[in-house]
Write a protein that binds this ligand. Structure first.
Ligand SMILES: [Zn+2]
Length: 283
């Protein structure tokens, strides 16, 4: 959105000037929701996206939007008063401004036959009625959403972030990573419906791994981060929790690795450690 503001500074609360940031991060300059041109601007973008992509779902993000500018913007505050958006114990009036924007976009997309997905931040305020929630800040957001009767995709950064390191010995890793530590065994141990009763479990559509590539410079590095953690996550999805057995999985993983080798894939070998060591010795 900072890039959008650089092109359309009149859509920001301060009016700019704005610059496209050369790096990644979370920025305080976001769209001015109180500006009457903002929602038509977003609807214009969505119209183009609808045109390009035939998918039922459109992920609108909805995360990492600081409320700083809105707190001091006369247009945003005027809209908060006009819409009667009120703070409560858990949410500020500005949180509700974010929900207002999400709900407007959801309504627009629903009218065009599409459904929205948003990160779990869309739970802050009033969740748009038909939204599917992607739970990334742990599983709590997904549990809350399922309890509220919303569809959920579990992608918690505690189990499913494949941009995190797979070894604690990060100095000897061949690639840099954003941080964290999620080994194959941890991925395998994930129970996406833990804490939900049978009825609520039905709202969990499935799990997803995220491989953010800020620190990845080659396809080989992406393969290394994904494999074999992807195999562990596949089993999380496809196997009944009672039938999961890590040691059994590891045995079968040896077979799968032969396919990785055949296809020349660059996979992480931490779980095959004894095998890798004996290979080193014979060299
Ligand atoms: Zn504003």
């Amino acid at each position: 959105m900072l890039a959008a503001l650089a092109a359309y500074p009149e859509l920001g609360c301060t009016g700019g000037p704005y610059e496209v940031c050369p790096n990644w991060g979370v920025f305080e300059d976001v769209l001015c929701i109180g500006n009457e041109k903002t929602i038509p601007f977003l609807e214009g973008i969505m119209t183009e996206i609808i045109d390009i992509f035939p998918s039922k779902y459109i992920h609108i993000g909805g995360d990492e939007a600081p409320r700083t500018r809105w707190q001091k913007c006369s247009k945003c505050q005027a809209l908060i008063r006009k819409e009667g958006l009120k703070a409560d114990k858990q949410h500020t009036a500005e949180d509700r401004l974010q929900s207002y924007c999400t709900a407007r976009i959801e309504k627009f997309l629903n009218e065009h036959g599409r459904q929205i997905i948003g990160w779990d931040e869309i739970l802050e305020g009033d969740l748009a009625p038909n939204a599917t929630v992607m739970s990334w800040r742990g599983s709590a957001g997904g549990i809350k959403a399922a309890q509220m009767g919303h569809d959920v995709i579990m992608t918690p950064n505690t189990y499913c972030y494949f941009d995190y390191f797979q070894s604690e010995d990060t100095k000897n890793e061949p690639y840099d990573a954003i941080g964290g530590y999620i080994p194959v065994e941890k991925v395998y141990s994930f129970d996406p419906v833990e804490g939900l009763d049978e009825k609520q479990q039905k709202y969990v559509l499935g799990v997803q791994a995220n491989v953010w590539t800020e620190y990845m410079t080659s396809p080989e590095q992406v393969e290394y981060m994904v494999l074999p953690r992807m195999a562990a996550l596949a089993e999380v999805q496809w196997t009944q929790p009672g039938k999961k057995e890590y040691n059994n999985f590891l045995q079968r993983l040896g077979q799968l690795a032969k396919f990785y080798d055949r296809d020349g894939l660059n996979y992480a070998k931490h779980v095959f450690k004894p095998m890798a060591e004996s290979e080193t010795k014979t060299e």
